[in-house]
Design a protein around this ligand. Structure first.
Ligand code: PRT
Ligand code: ZN
Length: 286
């Protein structure tokens, strides 16, 4: 039998597009027709299972899938025994407590004896317990934000991203309880040959992630300023320096973290650098 590993990804929702883009950026090709439940890559030993995100932690824990991509919120809520292998940096959000806008909020004791609607009863229960608050948790599966206005609960505990859903429903965020992003998870008992494929996958994910946070920069620099510029943008080993056709000038090429670039830009210009270009890097292997 051909040796392939199975990765569970969300079929359709807020995780799907970024999960599939990451896989494609890793150079893994597959056909993703609408409504398909499974797809095998044509150039990497992997098969994808397209599932609801709620089911992904369980399938990975049971070994139906070897790996999965899921939000940390879902992972912690489902409380399954799996490995978190890598933070993926997308689908970032927070789980927060919110109450009607007009209410005074003295602190978390506000929730003592109150009712709270949520789709995350475990994360909420653990938080309330840690704060010694007794509250009534109403588990509902969707449209949590309307619970206070229909009299179902006095507060809610839900995912917040921009905050506009809360605002539109006359609610205000009062406690941020949990920060989440998409993560790659794995079964705890992977066979060695599966671990070897996982290593290859992680190597590719790292190259894509490092590439994204770094930029290739090129600039024209008067030769007298080269030592100062090299100090500012040391690059991977050291910058590349090429002579310009105009005497006394060089083109300096380097790689640097995007944040670092913005920090250094004024100093680079003060040192005499001009014609600065910043180019995206697709992949980067250190
Ligand atoms: O069908 P399936 O079960 O697979 O999907 P789902 O409907 O359960 O989940 P989905 O696709 O909505 O979200 C998948 C994951 O994306 C979540 O588990 C989070 O990890 C992550 N994520 C990131 C979000 C958001 N941002 C988000 N904003 N999930 C949901 N929301 C919703 C939230 O529920 C609320 O209604 O967006 C609203 C709040 O957004 P703002 O921007 O108005 O604050
Ligand atoms: Zn879901």
């Amino acid at each position: 039998m051909e040796q392939i590993i199975r990765i569970a990804v969300q079929k359709s929702g807020r995780l799907s597009d970024d999960s599939l883009s990451l896989i494609k950026e890793c150079g893994i090709k597959f056909y993703n027709g609408t409504g398909k439940l499974k797809s095998t890559s044509t150039n990497f030993p992997v098969e994808f299972l397209f599932l609801r995100d709620d089911d992904i932690p369980g399938y990975v824990a049971d070994g139906v899938a070897d790996l999965g991509i899921v939000g940390q919120n879902e992972l912690v809520e489902k409380d399954k025994d799996v490995l978190t292998l890598k933070k993926l940096g997308f689908s970032k959000c927070r789980l927060s407590l919110a109450i009607p806008k007009g209410q005074e909020y003295p602190g978390v004791e506000y929730f003592q004896g109150k009712s709270i609607a949520t789709s995350y009863p475990k994360i909420l229960g653990d938080f309330l317990e840690s704060k010694n608050i007794q509250a009534e948790i109403h588990e509902i599966s969707g449209s949590v934000e309307i619970a206070p206005s229909i009299g179902l609960a006095e507060g809610i505990f839900d995912i917040v991203s921009s905050g506009s859903t809360l605002m539109m429903n006359g609610l205000k965020e009062v406690e941020e309880v949990f920060k989440s992003e998409a993560v790659l998870i794995g079964n705890k008992n992977l066979a060695d040959w599966k671990k070897a494929i996982l290593e290859k996958l992680l190597f590719r994910i790292n190259a894509v992630q490092t590439g994204k946070s770094n930029k290739y920069v090129l600039m024209n620099v008067p030769n007298s300023s080269i030592p100062k510029v090299i100090e500012l943008i040391p690059g991977m080993r050291s910058p590349t320096i090429l002579p310009l056709a105009q005497e006394g000038w060089s083109s300096v090429h380097s790689v640097l973290n995007e944040d670092q670039f913005w920090e250094n830009i004024e100093e680079l210009r003060a040192a005499g650098a001009e014609g600065i270009l910043v180019v995206p890097i697709e992949k980067m292997v250190l």
